[in-house]
Design a protein around this ligand. Structure first.
Ligand SMILES: [Mg+2]
Length: 179
């Protein structure tokens, strides 16, 4: 992990308005299950999903950019209310550019979470670069923050809570469940 002063990290976290996720290895553990018909199955984490919904309610939009293409991702995105979904994105920077055109956000207001070298071009450009505990070393060495949880097992939830806590929105959310 790049040595970023915690104050610098906090300042970056405070600016974020849009969080982009890679899918395989970030929202999943990276494994893909094929059935006899060749259809793909992936496993998602319910708590990650809830984190994404909490972000949305707090005004932080989530997006997906994945190089692969599958119906599973379409269903998961629809289920979570994610509108910005880019599948089959071999050039992830092009998808990032499209997001910048579709939403009134600046690069320093965007966070991206990816786990493999294909994600490096986008990670280099955005204001906040994030990865999962089990990402490849080349990515872990070049991001602002590495989660303690692995991909598909709470990493997205960890980032969601970190953003909400840093932006002072977490206590209000929690109160909703305690009252
Ligand atoms: Mg990946």
């Amino acid at each position: 992990m790049k040595a970023v002063a915690s104050e610098e990290l906090i300042q970056k976290l405070k600016k974020i308005k849009l969080l982009i996720f890679d899918v395989d290895g970030v929202l999943t553990d990276g494994r893909i299950i094929y059935n006899d018909e060749g259809q793909e199955t992936k496993v998602f984490d319910v708590r990650d999903g809830h984190g994404i919904k909490l972000l949305m309610r707090a005004g932080i939009e989530s997006a997906i950019i994945t190089a692969r293409e599958s119906k599973v991702v379409e269903h998961r995105a629809a289920n979570l209310g994610i509108e910005l979904v880019f599948q089959g994105a071999k050039n992830k920077v092009a998808a990032l550019d499209e997001i910048l055109q579709k939403r009134p956000v600046r690069l320093d207001e965007i966070a991206y979470m990816g786990d493999d070298i294909i994600d490096l071009p986008v990670l280099k450009r955005v204001g906040l670069a994030l990865t999962v505990a089990d990402a490849v070393d080349e990515v872990r060495d070049r991001v602002d923050f590495v989660t303690s949880r692995p991909g598909g097992r709470g990493a997205a939830r960890e980032v969601a809570e970190l953003l909400l806590k840093t932006q002072g929105k977490w206590d209000e959310i929690l109160q909703n469940y305690l009252s």
